[in-house]
Design a protein. Structure first.
Length: 134
């Protein structure tokens, strides 16, 4: 795995309201809004220096983000790491004993292939692996 944080995902109840807050907080406009039907979310991305912030609003009540907000409230949902070869990284992490939540990477937001690692093996933090789609 590269040691670059690709982005930090923040679960929010109201994407438009949260976009306004983060535009003021970061002093920069949102550069992309995108719906990810496979995850049941709408997303908004911000660039802050070399870092990115992804705001996630649930688009259906049984999405992982909706369940997260119901259980924990708004806040940091996941940390995403950039990888060069997502399939080999998924295999490596599974061999290390982590629970990889996807059998195959899937198309995520911001032109990425993604998969997730269960938080029970990562000290309570949901980890996302991201590979740029070329």
């Amino acid at each position: 795995m590269t040691n670059n944080i690709e982005h930090i995902g923040i679960a929010v109840k109201d994407l438009e309201q949260a976009k306004s807050v983060y535009e003021k907080l970061l002093g920069t406009p949102c550069y992309k809004v995108e719906e990810v039907n496979s995850e049941g979310v709408s997303t908004a991305f911000f660039q802050s220096g070399v870092n990115k912030i992804e705001l996630l609003e649930a688009t259906n009540s049984d999405s992982a983000v909706a369940k997260f907000i119901e259980k924990k409230g708004e806040g940091i949902h996941h940390i995403a790491f950039a990888v060069n070869d997502i399939k080999s990284e998924m295999k490596r992490l599974a061999n290390e004993g982590f629970t990889v939540l996807n059998d195959e990477p899937k198309k995520g937001a911001d032109n990425k292939l993604v998969c997730f690692v269960h938080p029970k093996g990562t000290n309570g933090v949901l980890i996302e692996l991201c590979q740029e789609i070329k």
